[in-house]
Design a protein around this ligand. Structure first.
Ligand code: ZN
Length: 298
């Protein structure tokens, strides 16, 4: 097993009651010819509502997403990655740290920030016990970030054959969620759980893994509503929430974090997927050599 963590850098401070982060972003946005820039899931927002003023453009009612929403300026819909060119409000252009590999950095702008943001919001840091449920596209990002943020990272999976992959991605341990004994052994021990499963699953069994005041955040989106036991949450004040991407300032923070942090390096993962005959990749975001976030020094 290749251990990823070589050093841990201090996290950027996250002070409260500061000036709206969006204004910081406006001030700092300067690009020069040759700089690497990127655009994530949003290209515009009104910039004036309370959400925008708090740097939470992802919650702006007038946000324009990069794909498949009405284009306010040209009509029709935005085409995202299918576009030949893109027009974007300059507030939504992100800087790509030079140490990042472009191909590996691209998924950070969606799956990456979707898993990074709730971990930061719920205080995942060194010493915390973090669980990631499901080891698909979001889950692999989640376990990598949990590890990079210094937490003890556990992966919950129904597939024992994913254990080795989870460890390669940075998990400290793997819990087979179909094994009642293993689940019982870990019950009540987690500060935060990222639920990245988009299919029907036993959410109550996941909630039971949290200790007092723990939070479980849904980033996967099951098609059908999940039945949630009230007592599972009431008894030790556990909370259930969800989270989408993040605002521009936090997305830039995440890119910078990945650029600075060797622990964010993701090793090459298998390209074959025995569970889906014909499918080429198991972990679509990090399948290839040279597609990792960290670009090694030349
Ligand atoms: Zn707004």
């Amino acid at each position: 097993v290749e251990r990823l963590l070589t050093n841990r850098l201090p996290l950027p401070p996250r002070p409260r009651n500061r000036r709206p982060r969006h204004q910081d972003r406006l001030r700092s946005l300067e690009f020069n010819p040759g700089d690497l820039a990127s655009v994530g899931c949003m290209v515009d927002s009104d910039g004036t509502c309370p959400e925008c003023e708090h740097g939470l453009e992802q919650f702006c009612a007038n946000a324009t997403y990069t794909y498949n929403v009405p284009d306010k300026h040209l009509g029709g819909a935005t085409y995202g990655g299918y576009s030949e060119s893109i027009v974007v409000n300059q507030r939504f252009v992100l800087s790509v740290p030079s140490k990042l590999n472009l191909a590996g950095a691209a998924p950070l702008l969606c799956a990456g920030i979707t898993t990074y943001s709730p971990m930061r919001h719920w205080g995942v840091t060194e010493g915390k016990n973090v669980g990631v449920v499901g080891l698909g596209g979001l889950g692999q990002m989640g376990v990598t970030f949990a590890h990079a943020l210094g937490a003890h990272a556990a992966v919950f999976t129904t597939s024992p054959n994913k254990k080795e992959d989870a460890l390669r991605l940075g998990a400290d341990e793997v819990v087979v969620s179909r094994n009642a004994h293993e689940m019982q052994m870990h019950a009540g021990s987690f500060d935060f759980i990222l639920d990245a499963v988009s299919a029907d699953h036993d959410i109550n069994a996941c909630i039971d893994q949290l200790h007092r005041d723990g939070n479980i955040t849904l980033v996967g989106a099951p098609e059908k509503p999940l039945p949630v036991s009230a007592f599972g949450r009431i008894m030790v004040r556990r909370s259930l929430s969800g989270s989408p991407i993040a605002g521009i300032a936090e997305t830039q923070e995440m890119l910078d974090f990945c650029g600075q942090h060797r622990a964010a390096q993701v090793p090459e993962t298998p390209r074959t997927c025995p569970e889906r005959a014909g499918a080429e990749v198991r972990y679509p975001h990090f399948p290839r050599r040279n597609a990792q976030w960290w670009k090694p020094p030349a």
